[in-house]
Design a protein around this ligand. Structure first.
Ligand code: ADP
Ligand code: MG
Length: 393
Protein backbone atom coordinates (compact mmCIF):
# COMPACT_ATOMS: atom_id res chain seq x y z
CA UNK A 1 0.00 0.00 0.00
CA UNK A 2 1.29 3.47 -0.83
CA UNK A 3 2.03 5.77 2.09
CA UNK A 4 0.83 9.36 2.06
CA UNK A 5 4.09 10.75 0.69
CA UNK A 6 4.04 8.27 -2.21
CA UNK A 7 0.40 9.07 -2.89
CA UNK A 8 1.11 12.79 -2.99
CA UNK A 9 4.10 12.35 -5.28
CA UNK A 10 1.87 10.29 -7.62
CA UNK A 11 -0.82 12.99 -7.48
CA UNK A 12 1.77 15.67 -8.30
CA UNK A 13 3.05 13.67 -11.28
CA UNK A 14 -0.51 13.27 -12.54
CA UNK A 15 -1.33 16.94 -12.08
CA UNK A 16 1.82 18.45 -13.59
CA UNK A 17 3.29 15.67 -15.74
CA UNK A 18 6.59 15.86 -13.93
CA UNK A 19 7.95 14.82 -10.54
CA UNK A 20 7.90 17.06 -7.47
CA UNK A 21 11.37 18.24 -6.47
CA UNK A 22 10.52 19.25 -2.93
CA UNK A 23 8.11 18.19 -0.20
CA UNK A 24 7.24 19.98 3.05
CA UNK A 25 4.89 19.49 5.99
CA UNK A 26 3.47 21.97 8.44
CA UNK A 27 1.29 20.87 11.36
CA UNK A 28 -1.91 22.27 12.78
CA UNK A 29 -2.04 23.12 16.47
CA UNK A 30 -4.14 22.88 19.58
CA UNK A 31 -3.93 25.05 22.65
CA UNK A 32 -3.49 22.65 25.58
CA UNK A 33 -4.41 25.23 28.20
CA UNK A 34 -4.47 29.02 28.62
CA UNK A 35 -7.66 30.10 26.87
CA UNK A 36 -8.70 33.71 26.23
CA UNK A 37 -5.42 34.74 27.82
CA UNK A 38 -3.39 35.92 24.86
CA UNK A 39 -5.01 39.35 24.71
CA UNK A 40 -4.49 39.83 28.45
CA UNK A 41 -0.71 39.59 28.43
CA UNK A 42 -0.70 36.07 29.83
CA UNK A 43 0.54 32.64 28.93
CA UNK A 44 -0.85 30.20 26.41
CA UNK A 45 0.34 26.63 25.95
CA UNK A 46 -0.14 25.35 22.41
CA UNK A 47 1.52 22.39 20.76
CA UNK A 48 1.85 21.24 17.16
CA UNK A 49 -0.20 18.16 16.28
CA UNK A 50 0.56 15.31 13.90
CA UNK A 51 -2.06 16.45 11.41
CA UNK A 52 -1.34 19.27 9.03
CA UNK A 53 -0.67 20.44 5.51
CA UNK A 54 1.61 18.80 2.96
CA UNK A 55 3.09 20.81 0.10
CA UNK A 56 4.87 19.35 -2.91
CA UNK A 57 6.49 21.84 -5.24
CA UNK A 58 8.65 22.14 -8.34
CA UNK A 59 9.87 25.29 -10.08
CA UNK A 60 8.58 26.00 -13.62
CA UNK A 61 9.89 28.22 -16.41
CA UNK A 62 6.47 29.51 -17.37
CA UNK A 63 6.38 32.60 -15.16
CA UNK A 64 3.26 31.42 -13.34
CA UNK A 65 2.20 30.01 -9.99
CA UNK A 66 0.01 26.94 -10.33
CA UNK A 67 -1.98 25.97 -7.26
CA UNK A 68 -3.75 22.68 -6.75
CA UNK A 69 -5.18 21.39 -3.46
CA UNK A 70 -6.46 17.87 -3.07
CA UNK A 71 -8.93 19.28 -0.51
CA UNK A 72 -10.67 21.64 -2.93
CA UNK A 73 -12.11 21.45 -6.46
CA UNK A 74 -10.83 24.82 -7.65
CA UNK A 75 -7.30 25.16 -9.02
CA UNK A 76 -5.51 28.31 -10.13
CA UNK A 77 -2.86 29.56 -12.52
CA UNK A 78 -1.69 33.04 -11.52
CA UNK A 79 0.90 34.98 -13.51
CA UNK A 80 3.98 36.23 -11.68
CA UNK A 81 3.41 39.92 -10.91
CA UNK A 82 5.04 42.58 -8.70
CA UNK A 83 2.28 42.48 -6.09
CA UNK A 84 -1.12 40.96 -5.41
CA UNK A 85 -4.40 41.76 -3.74
CA UNK A 86 -6.90 39.37 -2.23
CA UNK A 87 -9.31 38.19 -4.91
CA UNK A 88 -12.63 36.57 -4.08
CA UNK A 89 -12.80 33.89 -1.42
CA UNK A 90 -10.73 31.12 -3.07
CA UNK A 91 -8.21 29.20 -0.97
CA UNK A 92 -5.37 30.36 -3.26
CA UNK A 93 -5.46 33.69 -1.41
CA UNK A 94 -3.43 32.04 1.38
CA UNK A 95 -0.40 31.10 -0.78
CA UNK A 96 -0.80 34.25 -2.87
CA UNK A 97 -0.78 36.30 0.33
CA UNK A 98 2.52 34.69 1.30
CA UNK A 99 3.99 35.34 -2.16
CA UNK A 100 2.81 38.95 -1.95
CA UNK A 101 4.69 39.42 1.32
CA UNK A 102 7.91 37.97 -0.13
CA UNK A 103 7.66 40.39 -3.06
CA UNK A 104 6.88 43.29 -0.73
CA UNK A 105 10.11 42.50 1.15
CA UNK A 106 11.97 42.83 -2.18
CA UNK A 107 12.64 39.15 -2.92
CA UNK A 108 12.82 37.81 -6.47
CA UNK A 109 10.62 34.79 -7.07
CA UNK A 110 10.18 32.45 -10.04
CA UNK A 111 7.26 30.34 -11.25
CA UNK A 112 6.18 27.33 -9.18
CA UNK A 113 3.91 24.33 -9.53
CA UNK A 114 2.41 23.55 -6.12
CA UNK A 115 0.25 20.78 -4.77
CA UNK A 116 -1.28 20.95 -1.29
CA UNK A 117 -3.01 18.35 0.82
CA UNK A 118 -4.30 18.79 4.36
CA UNK A 119 -5.25 15.83 6.57
CA UNK A 120 -6.26 18.32 9.23
CA UNK A 121 -9.96 19.17 9.46
CA UNK A 122 -10.24 22.51 7.67
CA UNK A 123 -12.12 25.40 9.27
CA UNK A 124 -12.62 23.80 12.68
CA UNK A 125 -10.16 25.70 14.82
CA UNK A 126 -7.06 23.53 14.42
CA UNK A 127 -5.48 26.30 12.38
CA UNK A 128 -5.30 24.84 8.92
CA UNK A 129 -4.94 28.49 7.83
CA UNK A 130 -1.70 29.04 9.80
CA UNK A 131 -0.57 25.63 8.58
CA UNK A 132 -0.98 26.49 4.87
CA UNK A 133 0.56 29.95 5.37
CA UNK A 134 3.60 28.61 7.20
CA UNK A 135 4.24 25.66 4.88
CA UNK A 136 4.12 28.03 1.90
CA UNK A 137 6.42 30.52 3.62
CA UNK A 138 8.88 27.80 4.65
CA UNK A 139 9.01 26.36 1.14
CA UNK A 140 9.59 29.73 -0.55
CA UNK A 141 12.27 30.59 2.00
CA UNK A 142 14.00 27.32 1.19
CA UNK A 143 13.57 27.44 -2.60
CA UNK A 144 14.60 31.08 -3.05
CA UNK A 145 17.16 31.30 -0.22
CA UNK A 146 15.47 34.32 1.30
CA UNK A 147 17.19 33.88 4.64
CA UNK A 148 14.17 34.41 6.88
CA UNK A 149 14.51 33.17 10.44
CA UNK A 150 11.75 31.10 11.98
CA UNK A 151 10.46 34.15 13.81
CA UNK A 152 10.45 36.15 10.55
CA UNK A 153 8.31 33.41 9.04
CA UNK A 154 5.91 33.47 12.00
CA UNK A 155 5.48 37.22 11.64
CA UNK A 156 5.15 37.12 7.86
CA UNK A 157 2.49 34.39 8.04
CA UNK A 158 0.58 36.25 10.73
CA UNK A 159 0.65 39.35 8.56
CA UNK A 160 -0.83 37.31 5.69
CA UNK A 161 -3.71 36.28 7.94
CA UNK A 162 -4.24 39.81 9.34
CA UNK A 163 -3.53 42.04 6.36
CA UNK A 164 -4.11 39.91 3.26
CA UNK A 165 -6.88 37.55 4.33
CA UNK A 166 -8.27 40.15 6.75
CA UNK A 167 -8.63 38.24 10.01
CA UNK A 168 -7.59 39.98 13.22
CA UNK A 169 -6.01 36.96 14.92
CA UNK A 170 -3.09 36.73 17.34
CA UNK A 171 0.35 35.22 16.85
CA UNK A 172 -0.12 31.94 18.74
CA UNK A 173 -1.15 29.80 15.76
CA UNK A 174 1.72 30.65 13.44
CA UNK A 175 4.12 30.45 16.38
CA UNK A 176 3.03 26.95 17.41
CA UNK A 177 2.99 25.67 13.85
CA UNK A 178 6.51 26.97 13.24
CA UNK A 179 8.26 26.37 16.57
CA UNK A 180 6.42 23.19 17.61
CA UNK A 181 8.56 20.27 18.79
CA UNK A 182 7.73 16.62 19.22
CA UNK A 183 6.55 15.93 22.79
CA UNK A 184 6.90 19.56 23.83
CA UNK A 185 4.29 22.16 24.60
CA UNK A 186 5.19 25.80 24.09
CA UNK A 187 4.51 28.05 27.05
CA UNK A 188 4.27 31.38 25.28
CA UNK A 189 3.60 34.98 26.15
CA UNK A 190 1.98 36.29 22.98
CA UNK A 191 2.90 39.88 23.74
CA UNK A 192 6.61 39.55 24.50
CA UNK A 193 7.04 36.30 22.48
CA UNK A 194 9.06 34.87 25.35
CA UNK A 195 8.56 31.14 25.31
CA UNK A 196 9.67 27.93 26.89
CA UNK A 197 9.43 24.47 25.34
CA UNK A 198 7.97 22.31 28.10
CA UNK A 199 8.68 18.56 28.12
CA UNK A 200 5.31 16.95 27.52
CA UNK A 201 5.77 13.25 27.21
CA UNK A 202 2.26 11.85 27.00
CA UNK A 203 3.44 8.35 27.95
CA UNK A 204 0.69 5.87 27.19
CA UNK A 205 -1.81 8.68 26.58
CA UNK A 206 -2.79 10.25 23.27
CA UNK A 207 -4.30 13.61 22.55
CA UNK A 208 -7.87 13.10 21.39
CA UNK A 209 -9.16 15.97 19.28
CA UNK A 210 -12.92 16.14 19.11
CA UNK A 211 -14.48 18.35 16.47
CA UNK A 212 -17.99 19.21 17.64
CA UNK A 213 -18.91 19.91 14.02
CA UNK A 214 -20.76 22.93 15.32
CA UNK A 215 -20.03 26.13 13.44
CA UNK A 216 -18.46 28.84 15.57
CA UNK A 217 -21.06 31.38 14.57
CA UNK A 218 -21.16 33.41 17.78
CA UNK A 219 -17.42 33.34 18.27
CA UNK A 220 -16.50 36.65 16.68
CA UNK A 221 -19.03 38.95 18.33
CA UNK A 222 -18.60 37.32 21.73
CA UNK A 223 -14.82 37.49 21.36
CA UNK A 224 -14.98 41.25 20.92
CA UNK A 225 -17.34 41.51 23.89
CA UNK A 226 -14.89 39.58 26.11
CA UNK A 227 -11.95 41.75 25.00
CA UNK A 228 -13.98 44.80 26.01
CA UNK A 229 -14.95 43.29 29.39
CA UNK A 230 -11.31 42.47 30.16
CA UNK A 231 -10.41 46.07 29.31
CA UNK A 232 -13.07 47.28 31.76
CA UNK A 233 -11.71 44.99 34.50
CA UNK A 234 -8.18 46.22 33.90
CA UNK A 235 -9.26 49.86 34.15
CA UNK A 236 -11.01 49.19 37.45
CA UNK A 237 -7.93 47.48 38.91
CA UNK A 238 -5.62 50.20 37.64
CA UNK A 239 -7.29 52.60 40.06
CA UNK A 240 -5.03 51.09 42.72
CA UNK A 241 -2.63 48.76 40.91
CA UNK A 242 0.19 49.73 38.58
CA UNK A 243 -0.39 47.04 35.95
CA UNK A 244 -0.44 46.91 32.16
CA UNK A 245 -2.35 43.66 31.72
CA UNK A 246 -4.77 41.57 33.75
CA UNK A 247 -2.25 38.74 33.79
CA UNK A 248 0.30 40.91 35.59
CA UNK A 249 -1.33 39.79 38.85
CA UNK A 250 -1.82 36.35 40.36
CA UNK A 251 -4.91 34.98 42.05
CA UNK A 252 -4.09 36.08 45.65
CA UNK A 253 -3.43 39.66 44.48
CA UNK A 254 -6.60 39.59 42.41
CA UNK A 255 -8.62 38.51 45.43
CA UNK A 256 -7.21 41.41 47.39
CA UNK A 257 -8.26 44.01 44.81
CA UNK A 258 -11.28 42.49 43.10
CA UNK A 259 -13.68 44.72 45.10
CA UNK A 260 -12.63 47.48 42.68
CA UNK A 261 -14.55 45.73 39.91
CA UNK A 262 -18.16 46.60 40.58
CA UNK A 263 -19.79 44.97 37.55
CA UNK A 264 -20.39 41.30 38.51
CA UNK A 265 -20.11 40.08 34.88
CA UNK A 266 -16.79 41.87 34.39
CA UNK A 267 -15.61 40.43 37.71
CA UNK A 268 -16.32 36.88 36.52
CA UNK A 269 -14.41 37.44 33.27
CA UNK A 270 -11.38 38.81 35.11
CA UNK A 271 -11.41 35.96 37.61
CA UNK A 272 -11.23 33.46 34.75
CA UNK A 273 -8.32 35.27 33.12
CA UNK A 274 -6.22 35.56 36.27
CA UNK A 275 -6.87 32.00 37.45
CA UNK A 276 -6.38 30.52 33.96
CA UNK A 277 -3.00 32.22 33.71
CA UNK A 278 -2.01 30.65 37.05
CA UNK A 279 -3.30 27.29 35.79
CA UNK A 280 -0.95 27.46 32.79
CA UNK A 281 2.05 27.69 35.11
CA UNK A 282 0.79 24.76 37.19
CA UNK A 283 0.07 22.80 34.00
CA UNK A 284 3.60 23.32 32.71
CA UNK A 285 5.01 22.06 36.00
CA UNK A 286 2.70 19.03 35.96
CA UNK A 287 3.57 18.15 32.38
CA UNK A 288 7.29 18.43 32.87
CA UNK A 289 6.99 16.14 35.92
CA UNK A 290 4.96 13.67 33.86
CA UNK A 291 2.03 14.19 36.20
CA UNK A 292 -0.75 13.71 33.68
CA UNK A 293 -3.38 13.22 36.38
CA UNK A 294 -2.71 16.75 37.67
CA UNK A 295 -2.54 18.11 34.15
CA UNK A 296 -5.92 16.50 33.42
CA UNK A 297 -7.42 18.03 36.55
CA UNK A 298 -6.27 21.46 35.35
CA UNK A 299 -7.85 20.81 31.94
CA UNK A 300 -11.20 20.13 33.58
CA UNK A 301 -10.80 23.21 35.80
CA UNK A 302 -10.03 25.30 32.72
CA UNK A 303 -13.14 24.06 30.96
CA UNK A 304 -15.37 24.68 33.97
CA UNK A 305 -14.04 28.22 34.24
CA UNK A 306 -14.61 28.90 30.53
CA UNK A 307 -18.13 27.56 30.91
CA UNK A 308 -19.17 29.27 34.13
CA UNK A 309 -17.06 32.41 34.45
CA UNK A 310 -16.13 33.29 30.87
CA UNK A 311 -19.30 31.84 29.30
CA UNK A 312 -17.79 30.86 25.96
CA UNK A 313 -18.59 27.15 25.92
CA UNK A 314 -21.85 25.66 24.67
CA UNK A 315 -23.84 22.45 24.97
CA UNK A 316 -21.76 20.70 22.31
CA UNK A 317 -18.36 21.35 23.94
CA UNK A 318 -19.88 20.66 27.36
CA UNK A 319 -21.22 17.29 26.17
CA UNK A 320 -17.69 16.19 25.23
CA UNK A 321 -16.33 17.15 28.64
CA UNK A 322 -19.33 15.69 30.52
CA UNK A 323 -18.79 12.33 28.82
CA UNK A 324 -15.01 12.46 29.37
CA UNK A 325 -15.51 12.85 33.11
CA UNK A 326 -17.33 9.50 33.18
CA UNK A 327 -14.53 7.58 31.43
CA UNK A 328 -11.71 6.44 33.72
CA UNK A 329 -9.31 6.22 30.80
CA UNK A 330 -9.51 10.00 30.35
CA UNK A 331 -7.18 12.16 32.44
CA UNK A 332 -8.83 15.45 31.47
CA UNK A 333 -10.71 17.31 28.76
CA UNK A 334 -11.55 20.87 27.80
CA UNK A 335 -12.75 23.09 25.01
CA UNK A 336 -9.89 24.59 23.01
CA UNK A 337 -9.95 27.78 20.95
CA UNK A 338 -12.32 30.70 21.15
CA UNK A 339 -15.33 28.51 21.99
CA UNK A 340 -19.02 28.31 20.99
CA UNK A 341 -18.18 25.27 18.85
CA UNK A 342 -15.01 24.14 17.15
CA UNK A 343 -12.91 21.56 18.95
CA UNK A 344 -12.39 20.04 22.37
CA UNK A 345 -9.36 18.01 23.44
CA UNK A 346 -9.00 15.10 25.84
CA UNK A 347 -6.06 13.14 27.21
CA UNK A 348 -7.01 9.52 26.67
CA UNK A 349 -5.15 6.25 27.31
CA UNK A 350 -3.95 5.19 23.85
CA UNK A 351 -5.16 1.61 24.31
CA UNK A 352 -8.66 2.87 25.15
CA UNK A 353 -8.92 5.45 22.35
CA UNK A 354 -11.24 3.40 20.11
CA UNK A 355 -13.63 2.72 22.98
CA UNK A 356 -13.51 6.41 23.96
CA UNK A 357 -14.23 7.50 20.43
CA UNK A 358 -17.16 5.10 20.05
CA UNK A 359 -18.79 5.81 23.41
CA UNK A 360 -18.29 9.56 23.18
CA UNK A 361 -19.79 9.62 19.66
CA UNK A 362 -22.86 7.69 20.84
CA UNK A 363 -23.29 9.98 23.88
CA UNK A 364 -22.87 13.11 21.75
CA UNK A 365 -25.20 11.90 19.00
CA UNK A 366 -27.89 11.16 21.54
CA UNK A 367 -27.51 14.52 23.23
CA UNK A 368 -26.81 16.84 20.29
CA UNK A 369 -28.44 15.08 17.34
CA UNK A 370 -25.41 14.69 15.06
CA UNK A 371 -22.01 13.03 15.37
CA UNK A 372 -18.68 14.60 16.32
CA UNK A 373 -15.42 13.74 14.53
CA UNK A 374 -12.78 12.24 16.78
CA UNK A 375 -9.05 12.12 15.99
CA UNK A 376 -6.08 10.67 17.80
CA UNK A 377 -2.98 12.84 17.65
CA UNK A 378 0.44 13.11 19.23
CA UNK A 379 2.47 16.24 19.91
CA UNK A 380 4.47 16.66 16.73
CA UNK A 381 7.19 18.80 15.18
CA UNK A 382 6.76 22.21 13.61
CA UNK A 383 7.15 22.99 9.92
CA UNK A 384 9.93 21.27 8.01
CA UNK A 385 11.00 19.22 5.05
CA UNK A 386 8.72 16.20 4.76
CA UNK A 387 10.30 13.23 6.47
CA UNK A 388 8.56 10.36 8.24
CA UNK A 389 4.91 10.01 7.64
CA UNK A 390 2.68 9.98 10.74
CA UNK A 391 1.25 6.49 11.22
CA UNK A 392 -2.38 7.59 10.94
CA UNK A 393 -1.95 9.72 7.82
P1 ADP B 1 -8.97 26.96 10.51
O1 ADP B 1 -7.71 27.74 10.50
O2 ADP B 1 -9.65 26.91 11.84
O3 ADP B 1 -8.82 25.57 9.93
P2 ADP B 1 -9.82 29.04 8.71
O4 ADP B 1 -11.17 29.43 8.21
O5 ADP B 1 -9.01 30.05 9.43
O6 ADP B 1 -10.02 27.72 9.57
O7 ADP B 1 -8.92 28.56 7.48
C1 ADP B 1 -9.43 27.63 6.55
C2 ADP B 1 -9.09 28.05 5.15
O8 ADP B 1 -7.66 27.87 4.90
C3 ADP B 1 -9.75 27.17 4.11
O9 ADP B 1 -11.07 27.62 3.82
C4 ADP B 1 -8.81 27.38 2.91
O10 ADP B 1 -9.05 28.59 2.26
C5 ADP B 1 -7.44 27.44 3.58
N1 ADP B 1 -6.83 26.08 3.64
C6 ADP B 1 -6.49 25.39 4.74
N2 ADP B 1 -5.96 24.17 4.42
C7 ADP B 1 -5.97 24.08 3.07
C8 ADP B 1 -5.58 23.08 2.13
N3 ADP B 1 -5.07 21.89 2.51
N4 ADP B 1 -5.74 23.36 0.82
C9 ADP B 1 -6.23 24.55 0.43
N5 ADP B 1 -6.63 25.52 1.26
C10 ADP B 1 -6.51 25.30 2.57
MG1 MG C 1 -7.55 29.82 10.95
Amino acid sequence: MLNISEKLHAAFQKQYNKPADNAFFSPGRVNLIGEHIDYNGGLVMPCAITFGTYLLVSPNNDGVFRFKSLNFEDEYTIPLKKSYEKEGTGWHNYPIGVIHHFLKDGHQLGGLDMLYYGNIPIGSGLSSSASIEVVTCFSLNQLFNTGYTKLDMVKLSKSVENNFIGLASGIMDQFAVTFGEENKALMLNCETLDYKAVDSNLGDYVLAIINTNKLRRLAESKYNERVQECGDALKALQQQLDIKNLCDIDTPTFNQYKHLITNPIVLKRAQHVVEENDRVKLAAAALSQNNLAEFGRLMYASHDSLRKLYEVSGKELDAVVEYSKTNKNVAGARMTGAGFGGCAIALVKGAAFEQFSKELSAYYLDKIGYAPSVYSSLIGDGVGVLKDVPAHA
